[in-house]
Design a protein around this ligand. Sequence first.
Ligand SMILES: Nc1ncnc2c1ncn2[C@@H]1O[C@H](COP(=O)(O)OP(=O)(O)OP(=O)(O)O)[C@@H](O)[C@H]1O
Ligand SMILES: [Mg+2]
Length: 239
Amino acid sequence: MTALLSLRGVTAFYGAIQALKGVDLDVNEGEIVTLIGANGAGKSTLMMTICGNPRARDGQILYDGADISALPTHLIMRRAIAQSPEGRRIFPRMSVYENLLMGAHGRSAAEAEETMEQVFALFPRMKERATQRGGTLSGGEQQMLAIGRALMSRPRLLLLDEPSLGLAPLVVRQIFSAIRDLNRSTGLTVLLVEQNAFQALRLAHRGYVLVNGAITMAGTGPDLLARPEIRAAYLEGGH
Ligand SMILES: Nc1ncnc2c1ncn2[C@@H]1O[C@H](COP(=O)(O)OP(=O)(O)OP(=O)(O)O)[C@@H](O)[C@H]1O
Ligand SMILES: [Mg+2]
C-alpha cells in the first residue's frame, strides 16, 4: 500500500503553547484511519495543520508524494483534500442546496450537479431538505450537510473532525455507515478524528491514539479496541 498522507515529526504551536510534539502518522490510499484522543489532545490541531493553519513548525507533511507543509491553505485544498471541521460550520442562512454548492469550488456546473446527486444518494435527507435553511436543520442533518459539502469538491482525502459530536447514537450510526459505504464504493480515503472511540475504531481500518500532542499507540481498529489501556481510558467510562 502507498501512503496518500504521511506526517513525519510534525510539530505545531499556538504562540508558546506546543500543541503537536512530533507526530508521525500515515494514511494509505483507500483506508479509513481514525485518530482518537481526549479533550485538548491536539486532534483538531492535527487536522488543521494538515490544511496549513496553524502551520507545521518542524517535520514534513507529505501528500501524494509531495511536501505540502509550506503551501498556502487554498493550494492544499486544491490538491483534492477536503475538510469537515469540528462544529460543522455550515452557513445557517443559506439553503442546503446553496451550502452544497459552496463546496463545489473549482468544479463545473455539470460536475457540481452530478456530485450533488451522489451526495443526495448518500444522504437522502439532504434532498428532502434541499430548500431549507442550514440553520434550521437538526444536528445530525447539519453534520450530513457538512460532510456533503466537503464531498462536493470531489476529494481524494476527506478529513472529518468529530462528526459524532453531540449526536444521538442512532444518528451517529447512520453517519458512520454512510462513511463506510462511501469508502467501500468509491475508495475514498478518510482521516477521522473522534472522541467516540468505540464506533470510530470499529469503522476504521487502522487507528492512532493521540495524548498531549504525541502519538502513543497505533494499530488496526480491532487491535486497538482489544487493548486494555484503550478500554480503560476511552471505552469503559473513559468519556
Ligand atoms: N487557537 C488556539 N490558541 C491557543 N491554544 C489553542 C488554540 N486552539 C487549541 N489550543 C490548545 O491546543 C491544545 C490542543 O487543542 P485541540 O483543539 O487541537 O484539541 P482536540 O484534541 O481537538 O480537543 P477536543 O476533543 O476538545 O476538540 C489544547 O491545549 C488547546 O487549549
Ligand atoms: Mg477538537
